[in-house]
Design a protein around this ligand. Structure first.
Ligand code: FAD
Length: 291
């Protein structure tokens, strides 16, 4: 199928893009990497009157390090995240996740802002954003605002963006010292969307977990932080019975759909297995940091 007819505006600044979106009153769509939008146009799932291309806006693609954070421009490509030495040093769980996002050709074009705004229920970046307590900076006709990733993701493919809103920057706090991480995914073929994926970070002091973060994707309408598992882990060492209880908390927190690819029961079981592996890896790495 070919896309429906649309007008096209190549914005050269955020202000220009916001003005075009505001003028279109909900009839326009931003195009970034186009890796999700163009297939949806071709399948006639969307019929925007105007596409506002943000690829010519300079200064929207960058990875910058500050003392406590990594700031990523919304137009930063998946491949830039995957290969960034700064990300590898401070947010290795993000580097690891990126190799599972689609295929290289798609990672060359797809953007972090596009992935978060598209909010596919099985996408890796929304899970990593909530795992790492990321914040999104958003520009619109009415000004600028900042929203936490966990508040941004509202439902499957539904996010906290109004008609004239553009995600401009994603801010990711660096991992604290003595923090280990784990990322695990199962997909039918490498590069396919996940049947389920899990990520974890554990901060350990004197053999005791002082901060725990566990997130899953592919097992519900949005990626999810599993607060029940995190609460169990804090103040303890990760031994087998605790691990079993944490896995149980992950499985209890989710209600996956049955679809063509997997049953609900299989996905729930898998999410627990993957969360367990991610926690094991995070524990091992945290102990290695402390040694
Ligand atoms: C075959 C295939 C396999 C894939 N596999 C995976 C996978 O395994 N994991 C995964 O996570 N993704 C996967 N993807 C999706 C890919 O990662 C996309 O690149 C990504 O989801 C969207 O990013 P984009 O920059 O291409 O956005 P676009 O397609 O340009 O836009 C997507 C949506 O976001 C909006 N948007 C884009 N940028 C902004 C912004 N800055 N502010 C506000 N709204 C914005 C657009 O209006 C549109 O609604 C796959 C895609 C394909 C085609």
């Amino acid at each position: 199928m070919k896309p429906p007819v649309f007008d096209y505006i190549a914005a050269t600044s955020v202000d220009m893009a916001v003005a075009a979106l505001a003028e279109a009153r909900g009839e326009a769509k931003i195009i970034a990497g186009g890796q999700s939008l163009v297939p949806m146009l071709n399948f006639r799932l969307l019929h925007p009157a105007i596409l506002v291309d943000i690829n010519r806006i300079s200064g929207l693609a960058y990875i910058e390090e500050t003392a406590a954070e990594i700031r990523v421009g919304a137009l930063t490509r998946h491949y830039q995240l995957e290969t960034s030495a700064v990300i590898a040093r401070h947010l290795p769980v993000l580097s690891a996740a990126m190799t599972h996002v689609a295929h290289l050709a798609i990672r060359n074009r797809g953007t972090i802002g596009g992935s978060l705004s598209h909010a596919d229920p099985a996408a890796e970046l929304p899970m990593i954003a909530i795992l790492l307590d990321a914040k999104l900076h958003i520009a619109s006709a009415s000004g600028k605002r900042t929203v936490a990733a966990r508040d941004f993701l509202l439902d499957a493919m539904t996010v906290d963006l109004a008609d004239s809103d553009i995600v401009t920057e994603i801010v990711l706090p660096k991992l604290p010292p003595r923090t280990g991480w784990g990322f695990e995914e199962v997909a039918r073929r490498h590069g396919d969307f996940a049947l389920a994926a899990a990520a974890a970070t554990l901060t350990v002091s004197d053999g005791i977990i002082t901060q725990a973060r566990v997130a899953v994707t592919g097992v519900g309408p949005t990626a999810l932080r599993v607060g029940g598992a995190e609460a169990l882990l804090i103040g303890r060492a990760l031994e087998q019975s605790l691990m079993s209880r944490a896995i149980g908390a992950v499985r209890a927190a989710i209600t996956p759909e049955t679809d063509l690819h997997a049953s609900s029961d299989y996905r729930r079981h898998l999410a627990g297995v993957l969360a367990g592996r991610a926690l094991s890896a995070a524990w091992r790495r945290a102990l290695a940091c402390a040694a």
